[in-house]
Design a protein around this ligand. Structure first.
Ligand SMILES: *[C@@H]1O[C@H](CO)[C@@H](O)[C@H](O)[C@H]1NC(C)=O
Ligand SMILES: *[C@@H]1O[C@H](CO)[C@@H](O)[C@H](O)[C@H]1NC(C)=O
Length: 368
């Protein structure tokens, strides 16, 4: 990045569906600009550029290397299939380009460690593409969870993320191919549930992880539906379910001793384009005050509407660009916390998979 400007110049590796959203986000974020895209064939990349009305100034490459060799690319957004992440993210870091990596970030922790190490060695920023983390609603919900008076102590978190894309998807989508997105539903949407759980407990890893019986896999062994329970020594408990076989659900419930917090669209706010998200919170500080004949014996939930001027993916690009800019122009060292939360999420993903493969055995997490 030249010193006389503060715009982070992005390249995109791969023309997945999600890249469309990020192209828009990069164009909307004030200090980011898209300068290059690369696909395995130049035809595919050109088609993508045409379909999405990308400006002529965006360079189109018929290979991923093309983007990495482009000296005017500062940062790379990578929506490639999971199995390709380790190779291309490591190569990106070695070219001294910052890495915004789609989730799930890797096939397992050992692959992610290679990526994080390459980023650290080369002094580049790492962040994963978990967009909901950047919605202002997330910060507001954290304030509720931290309110000891109204919420009390956290006891239980439950999250369910599901959609039912149909039989064609279940046999042909890259999201169910063992050699591409081999973590299946666990990587695609279980990732979000696990992140939500860890977020609620301030990224305190559970002591044990136990998959719930009845995981469904396709003929190639890729998970189509599964769940797990997570346990902490102080009695906190979390459960989640993720599935490609059930109706759309994006739920999180956090239950405390004095209140609860709920939302039904945590991954992408239902009113995505209207710039706000809702959540519900209820708390009854004193049950004794309710009259015995009160018909509405249960306290009504408070509905919180959190406005946002930008969509969550734009906020993600802005935050990533801010960190990149601090490294490039301000001489800062890359912010480590994003790598830490990615790694913890991946540790739990791996544990759930290990539990299923071990016949629903309890997996103890040795925190290193
Ligand atoms: C964007 O760049 C301008 C300079 O061009 C700078 O003053 C501003 O702080 C930057 N904004 C963000 C959000 O980083
Ligand atoms: C991680 O995943 C890769 C790709 O599937 C595999 O080759 C490797 O053995 C795995 N490593 C561990 C420690 O499980």
């Amino acid at each position: 990045m030249a010193n006389d400007q503060t715009t982070v110049r992005f390249g995109i590796l791969g023309c997945a569906q999600i890249a469309i959203k990020l192209c828009k986000a990069i164009s909307q974020a004030p200090n980011a600009t898209l300068v290059a895209i690369g696909s395995r064939s130049v035809e595919k990349a050109s088609q993508f550029a045409a379909d999405n009305g990308l400006p002529e100034t965006v360079r189109v490459y018929g290979s991923y290397e093309g983007v990495l060799e482009d000296s005017e690319v500062d940062a790379v957004y990578m929506p490639l299939p999971t199995a390709l992440h380790v190779k291309w993210a490591v190569m990106t870091a070695k070219k001294r380009k910052h890495v915004l990596l789609e989730k799930p970030v890797a096939m397992n922790v050992s692959e992610l460690d290679q990526i994080l190490e390459a980023c650290e060695t080369n002094g580049v920023q790492f962040m994963d593409g978990t967009m909901w983390m950047h919605h202002p609603r997330t910060q507001k919900m954290k304030e509720v969870l931290s309110d000891a008076h109204r919420f009390g102590q956290l006891k239980l978190i439950h999250s369910c993320a599901a959609y039912n894309p149909g039989p064609e998807f279940l046999t042909h989508s890259i999201r169910v191919k063992p050699d591409l997105d081999g973590l299946g539903a666990l990587g695609d949407i279980g990732w979000y549930c696990i992140r939500a759980i860890l977020w609620a407990v301030d990224y305190d890893l559970p002591a044990t992880v136990l998959a719930l019986p009845g995981a469904v896999r396709n003929d190639a062994g890729v998970i189509l539906s599964c769940g797990a329970s997570l346990h902490w020594p102080d009695g906190r408990l979390a459960t989640f379910h993720c599935s490609f076989l059930s109706y759309l659900s994006l739920d999180v419930t956090a239950l405390g001793t004095k209140g609860y917090l709920r939302l039904h669209d945590f991954i992408i706010p239902f009113d995505e384009n209207s710039g706000y998200g809702f959540f519900w919170e209820a708390s009854q500080v004193d049950f004794g005050k309710l009259a015995a004949d009160d018909k509405r014996w249960c306290p009504e939930a408070n509905e919180h509407k959190v406005e946002s001027e930008e969509a969550q993916e734009v906020l993600m690009v802005m935050e990533f660009s801010r960190l990149v800019e601090a490294v490039e122009s301000g001489g800062a060292t890359p912010e480590k916390s994003w790598g830490v939360v990615s790694r913890k999420t991946q540790v739990v993903v791996d544990a759930v998979k290990e539990s299923i493969e071990g016949g629903y055995k309890t997996v103890e997490l040795i925190v290193s």
